[in-house]
Design a protein. Structure first.
Length: 603
């Protein structure tokens, strides 16, 4: 574990999981009572070892030798299959599932921390079990006992892999325009006919078969998203005993050649074009999107964490380079006979390093916080607690996906800049990390869609209940830390002013919505997500800075330099990043209509 990515990762995970988030308190809940910090640490240690030994070593190879079709099968580097076999044998796919279904019964927050080790090491290979676990979780929520036995159980064992088949060539993210049709059959099955595009993991030999979860319409379905149903369509027929039969009518029509994530095979699939694509419905008719969102929301938190960890990996590589690379001299050092200094001595390089750090470690804290909310909601003992955690999770999910997906790639861009010309070559991993991360603003709902969801739905739902819950939680945190110490007056004051600005801006936008100016209300939703996202990340940094200060005062066994670095990073975010919300707020409060009134011929 000597690479820059792994060298400090465990320490950062420990800090956020335990002193910041208090994850070990989940063991007080019945669902997790058989666990302890020792079992949590053992799982994370196992993940670190596996990621270091089997995932990171072939990341560049999988990028270089991307999937290819030889006319009969998709060819992938052998190391991909070896890594996934080790992942399966370690029981990682089912780690967050209850022991009753063969899982380890670990909190989702712990399994996300474990998966974080894989996302930055090799996101292309990690994508296969990520999708599989999310698909299995959907079947656990909505599948029949028979479907769980025949499909979910083999997925948890790592024998079957899963996919999400949503997009179509003509529709993309516009799921209201899905055309795939599911024709009912006398035996209760369905024959699906249609084309799906951008299907990650859609064809390979890495597992015994592939379980496609497919959105389609019944012949008499109403138009739009209210007419979408969900179907299991396996690559091979699976009989009632769970045995595999002949190939189903799912045909690979092409591989998509991507800028990044090249090791994850991405496909165009045709259902029912040459042979019947036999499937079975999951859930009730016309409720497919409701079921799929169960999988998509989990995947969105995972996408945000993946973007965070790619940014983290780039930060660690560029930090090591900045310490080792000697170039230039201080501006007040004019003697050319003096040796060059390490570039980390230059203020602008330090700025770029700090920017990467606050993006990555702020995003990591948010991902673990959201994962903890999932655990709290699943184990809530009362309606009030369940509603509070659900409200917070609802409003934070689009931020947890989109904010790291925007600022993670920005961190990678800064890593390339620090390495200079070397960063732009394949001799160092930072250019690959950037290319991989550039996908994250697109998949699992583009960042623009997340912004519309945040402002158009999550902020306004239940008369703003989720928005108020978020404000209350942040204020409660500020009050707690202000009472404990006066060391963070700058941070609490800045966050208080930011909350006031966000509240004022949100009320003004809400007024436009109430007047029926919906297009104007949502025209700059992206700026709103940036604004609220920065406030949420500032909150995450306040939590980290306050925790670090407390540990410094109690002579913690954590490294003093590490803790002081957390405080410095928090101050940097509040001084360099948080003030940007004023520009976004000004634009939003103007109800700027530039993008609406623009004559498209002027572009």
């Amino acid at each position: 574990m000597s690479t820059p990515y792994f060298e400090h990762l465990r320490r950062d995970l420990d800090f956020i999981l335990y002193p910041v988030m208090g994850i070990e308190r989940l063991c007080e809940r019945d669902a997790f009572s058989s666990h302890s910090r020792e079992t949590f640490d053992a799982m994370i240690d196992a993940g670190l070892r596996l990621a270091a030994e089997h995932f990171e070593p072939h990341a560049a190879l999988a990028d270089r030798e991307e999937p290819r079709w030889d006319g009969e099968r998709v060819i992938l580097p052998e190391a991909v299959g070896i890594a996934l076999e080790a992942f399966r044998d370690g029981g990682f796919v089912a780690a967050a599932f209850p022991e009753a279904v063969g899982g380890l019964g670990l909190p989702y927050a712990v399994t996300q921390a474990m998966m974080a080790t894989f996302y930055g090491a090799n996101p292309s290979t990690a994508a296969y079990p990520l999708l599989t676990a999310a698909a299995a979780n959907l079947l656990r929520a909505f599948g029949t006992e028979d479907q769980q036995r025949r499909f979910m159980q083999p997925m948890l064992e790592g024998r079957f892999f899963g996919t999400m088949c949503l997009s179509e060539p003509q529709a993309g993210s516009g799921l209201a325009d899905v055309r795939t049709v599911a024709h009912p059959q006398p035996d209760g099955s369905y024959h699906l006919v249609g084309d799906k595009m951008w299907i990650s993991g859609g064809e390979h030999d890495l597992s015994e078969t592939i379980v496609h979860l497919v959105l389609a319409r019944l012949p008499d379905a109403p138009p739009g998203v209210k007419g979408i149903s969900l179907f299991i369509v396996p690559k091979h027929h699976v009989d009632q005993a769970g045995a595999l039969g002949e190939r189903n009518g799912v045909l690979l029509t092409g591989l998509n050649h991507k800028m990044g994530y090249r090791g994850t095979v991405n496909t165009a699939l045709a259902f029912g074009s040459e042979a019947p694509a036999v499937g079975e419905m999951v859930g009730a008719p016309h409720q497919g999107l409701h079921c799929m969102f169960h999988m998509m929301n989990e995947a969105r938190v995972g996408v945000g964490l993946g973007a965070t960890m790619l940014g983290y990996a780039g930060y660690r590589h560029s930090l090591q380079y900045a310490r080792e690379r000697h170039q230039g001299r201080h501006p007040d050092q004019r003697d050319p006979s003096q040796p060059p200094v390490p570039i980390i001595e230059h203020a602008d390089v330090r700025r770029m390093l700090l920017s990467q750090r606050v993006y990555a470690e702020g995003g990591l804290a948010l991902a673990i916080y959201c994962a903890r909310l999932i655990d709290e909601m699943a184990t809530a003992t009362g309606d009030e607690e369940r509603q509070r955690t659900d409200d917070l999770l609802q409003i934070l999910t689009p931020i947890a996906k989109a904010w790291p997906s925007k600022y993670g790639p920005r961190a990678n861009d800064l890593a390339i800049q620090i390495l200079g010309g070397y960063g732009y070559t394949r001799d160092f991993p930072v250019e690959r990390l950037y290319r991989d991360n550039r996908l994250n603003p697109i998949h699992e709902g583009t960042n623009g869609i997340q912004a519309l969801d945040l402002l158009g739905r999550k902020v306004t739902m239940h008369q703003g209940r989720a928005f108020q819950a978020l404000l209350h939680e942040i204020r409660r945190s500020m009050d707690r830390h202000a009472e404990a110490s006066s060391d963070h007056e700058e941070l609490t004051k800045g966050l208080s002013e930011a909350l006031g600005l966000v509240t004022e801006t949100t009320m003004l936008l809400g007024g436009a919505a109430m007047q029926g100016k919906v297009r104007l209300f949502l025209a700059n939703a992206g700026a709103y997500l940036d604004m609220l996202g920065h406030v949420v990340i500032a909150w995450m940094w306040l939590e980290q800075a306050a925790t670090a200060t407390r540990l410094l005062s109690t002579m913690s066994d954590l490294d003093e330099t590490f803790l002081r670095g957390k405080v410095t990073a928090a101050r940097f975010f509040f001084r360099y990043e948080l003030p940007k919300i004023r520009v976004w707020a000004e634009l939003l409060k103007r109800l700027d209509d530039t993008t609406l009134e623009l004559d498209t011929h002027e572009l």
